[in-house]
Design a protein around this ligand. Structure first.
Ligand code: FHN
Length: 470
């Protein structure tokens, strides 16, 4: 990917051409822009649908206490420490004086993502604590003006992404801002949200800062809004207008507004992977341990095999996996998360054909199904989850990623297309796997013990015709 267009020049040019109105006018006094067509949206989504795997980075002042405040460990996620302990603004903001991540190396971070096989990075430009990790003219509460570090983190990361051909997106907490008297969420310093002048905060901080991140850091692949408290349709539309006016190709995630449909794709709840496949674009944001922001006592890491399963599970259902790391206050990404991502990357490098640019499963039965005659205590049907294999597809090719290698052979799901030879993706000679067809018509691949990649093997089954006929 080339990051060649300066967005300021680009938007000025479009303004001159009359193609867009000035962001400030569009956002403050202009009428809401018409929603764009499905084709425009699909075009914008194209890279996202192909990318599949992204790195989420939660980094901010909360990395300094690292989950501990005055000797007490925060229960739950680390970046919520200010809220959980109701730390007054005047106390919390002193953390800025301690934020000096001298080991921060933007190129090394991008390399971690690349080595993991990730195709985009999303970093917190401002989380709920209200602290901007970029040089903002809107509020002095930012990494350049308020810390001894004085370096613009976002600028350095954007430059490193440009150098290494990595797409970059920004998380921006549009609704919650515990530092601003009128932002949502800080009731301990500023009283109930209903009594605040919320639009003043939106107009004077959130909207101008979103303009800044879209104007000053090159192409932005997406803006990741979050926790849309009090985000009425009109308020959400103002953000849509800003994004579309400044960077029309930039995606908006699914947490801008209250319906979840204001953006370009659906965001699932944290760490939630839907049971079944969907055709719409979607993404699961997920933790690699349990916290988003760094917490010194959270060592419960997901294993590489677990992450590979989740990645393929998500991709087979048509989604993207946005997996998080929480760098420490010195600027270093915890070593264990880097190792885990490296393992995932090794597998992905060997099996990339089964992941990038693939379509969702043409089957569906492999993910499980509702158990017959079983209800939970609320009388709801119970989902029986299956995890032996997942399938992704390209025209004429099916990729079966097998997690539990069958001793007695791998039964293909039923479909009508003629099957051409099947072989292991990692086999450079593409030696055909012997197949038998049973009396019931089921084709079994006689998989003996082939040389295998650890954690999961991909069998490619070539078929006649572009699409599976069932
Ligand atoms: O409150 C945030 C949380 O801190 C974190 O940023 C996650 C990431 O998806 N989003 C919110 C909770 O869903």
């Amino acid at each position: 990917m080339k990051r060649i267009l300066n967005p300021i020049l680009m938007s000025s040019l479009l303004v001159l051409l009359g193609a867009v109105s000035l962001p400030s006018r569009a956002a403050q006094t202009g009428p809401p822009r018409a929603t764009d067509t499905d084709a425009t949206k699909e075009r914008r989504l194209q890279w996202f649908r192909e990318a599949k795997f992204g790195l989420f980075i939660h980094w901010g002042l909360y990395a300094v206490p690292a989950g501990e405040w005055k000797g007490n460990l925060v229960p739950g996620i680390g970046e919520w420490i200010m809220n959980r302990f109701q730390i007054p603004v005047r106390e919390y903001e002193k953390l800025a004086a301690q934020f000096n991540p001298v080991k921060f190396d933007a190129d090394a971070w991008v390399k971690v993502a690349k080595d993991a096989g990730m195709r985009y990075i999303v970093i917190t430009s401002k989380h709920h604590d209200g602290f901007a990790m970029f040089h903002s003219k809107v509020s002095k509460y930012n990494v350049v003006d308020a810390t001894p570090f004085k370096r613009d983190i976002i600028k350095e990361l954007a430059a490193a992404c440009a150098r290494q051909g990595m797409r970059l997106g920004f998380y921006y907490s549009q609704a919650q801002d515990w530092h601003d008297p009128n932002g949502a969420g800080n009731t301990w310093d500023f009283g109930p949200d209903e009594k605040k002048d919320y639009d003043k905060y939106l107009r004077e901080k959130a909207e101008p800062q979103v303009r800044e991140i879209l104007t000053n850091y090159g192409p932005v692949c997406l803006v990741w809004f979050d926790t849309p408290r009090m985000m009425t349709p009109e308020r959400s539309q103002r953000f849509v207008d800003i994004v579309r006016a400044i960077q029309p190709d930039c995606l908006i995630d699914g947490r801008l507004g209250l319906t979840g449909k204001e953006g370009d794709y659906r965001s699932t709840s944290d760490n939630i992977i839907p049971d079944q496949a969907a055709d719409e674009a979607w993404e699961t944001p997920a933790t690699i341990n349990h916290t988003w922001g760094y917490k010194k006592d959270d060592h419960d890491w997901k294993r590489p095999g677990e992450i590979i399963f989740k990645l393929v599970d998500i991709v087979s259902k048509g989604g993207n996996y946005l997996l998080n790391v929480g760098p420490m206050a010195d600027g270093v990404i915890p070593a264990r998360s880097v190792e885990i991502l490296g393992e995932v990357g090794k597998w992905l490098k060997a099996n990339s054909e089964a992941v990038y640019g693939t379509g969702r499963t043409p089957f569906g039965e492999e993910v499980g199904g509702y158990l017959a005659d079983v209800k939970d205590r609320n009388g709801q049907r119970v989902w029986g989850f299956r995890s032996d294999w997942r399938c992704t597809a390209k025209p004429g090719k099916l990729y079966f990623t097998v997690f539990t290698w069958p001793r007695s052979g791998f039964d293909l799901p039923r479909f009508k297309n003629k099957v051409k030879p099947a072989y292991l993706l990692i086999d450079p000679e593409k030696r055909p796997i012997p197949m038998t067809t049973g009396a019931d018509g089921i084709i079994t691949l006689q998989t003996t013990r082939p040389e295998r990649t650890p954690m999961a093997n991909v069998i490619i089954v070539e078929i006649e015709g572009d699409r599976v006929e069932r």
